[in-house]
Write a protein that binds this ligand. Structure first.
Ligand code: IMP
Length: 206
C-alpha cells in the first residue's frame, strides 16, 4: 500500500470527480494541483506535444513531479474514430479549432465538429482511450484503458464532459455516456479501466 499522497496532475474538474472515489476506495490519499498550490501556467499547454497518449501522459507526470516532488499521476485521453483514421486521438481536446477556453463551449464545438465529419458515414465505430502514467515512486510507467462504442448521430444527454453526448458504449443500453449515470460511466469508462490498473500498480509499488 502506498502511504505517500499522490498528486493528480489534471486541471479537469470532470476527471477529478471521476478519480477521487476510485483512489479513496483504494486507500490512496490524493492531492489536486490546487491543493499542492500549483497555479495554472502557460507552459502547461506545450507539455502534451507528442504523437502518443503514452508519451503525453509521461511528459505531463514528469513536469508536475519536477514541480511538486510528489508521486505524480497524469493521464492523456481521447476519442479514436475508425472511419476518421483514429482522429481526433491525441488532438481530441482542441480538435474543432474553436478559439475558446471555456470547457462547455469547447466541448460543444468539438461535438458539432465530430457530427459534421461523421455526417452520412455508416461505420460509426469508435473508442475512448486513456493512458495513465505514474512518476516518482521508482520506475516511471504507464497503463492503458479503452472502451469500445459508436458515434451517435446527434448529441444526447447532459452528463459527463467532452465527447460524452456523442459516444454510445457497446456494453451499455444504447444511451450515450452523457445520458448514463456517473456510476455507469465510472464502471465502463476507459479512465476507470486505466485507473483501476494504475491503482493496482500504486498499491504494489514499482
Ligand atoms: P486530455 O486527456 O485532458 O488531454 O483530454 C483530451 C480530450 O479528450 C478531452 O478534452 C475530451 O474532449 C476528450 N475526452 C477524454 N476523456 C473523455 C471522456 O471520458 N468523455 C468525453 N470526452 C473525453
Amino acid at each position: 500500500m502506498l502511504r505517500q499522497p499522490v498528486l493528480i496532475a489534471s486541471r479537469s474538474a470532470g476527471k477529478l470527480r471521476e478519480l477521487r472515489p476510485m483512489c479513496l476506495d483504494a486507500g490512496i490519499v490524493i492531492v489536486s494541483l490546487d491543493d499542492a498550490g500549483i497555479p495554472e501556467a502557460a507552459a502547461e499547454d506545450a507539455i502534451e506535444a507528442y504523437a502518443t497518449f503514452e508519451d503525453n501522459a509521461l511528459a505531463k507526470a514528469r513536469y508536475f513531479h519536477d514541480l511538486s516532488g510528489l508521486v505524480t499521476v497524469a493521464d492523456d485521453s481521447g476519442l479514436e474514430v475508425a472511419a476518421l483514421g483514429g482522429a481526433p486521438g491525441v488532438f481530441s481536446k482542441r480538435w474543432s479549432g474553436a478559439d475558446v477556453r471555456d470547457t462547455p463551449a469547447l466541448d460543444a464545438a468539438n461535438n458539432a465538429h465530430l457530427l459534421q465529419r461523421m455526417a452520412g458515414v455508416s461505420d460509426r465505430t469508435a473508442r475512448f482511450v486513456c493512458v495513465a502514467a505514474v512518476v516518482g515512486d521508482g520506475r516511471a510507467r504507464t497503463v492503458r484503458g479503452e472502451v469500445a462504442g459508436t458515434v451517435a448521430t446527434r448529441v444526447r444527454g447532459t452528463g459527463g464532459f467532452g465527447y460524452d453526448p456523442c459516444f454510445i458504449p457497446i456494453e451499455g443500453d444504447g444511451r450515450t455516456f452523457a445520458e448514463q449515470s456517473p456510476q455507469v460511466k465510472a464502471a465502463l469508462s476507459h479512465r476507470a479501466r486505466a485507473f483501476a490498473a494504475l491503482v493496482r500498480e500504486l498499491s504494489q509499488g514499482a
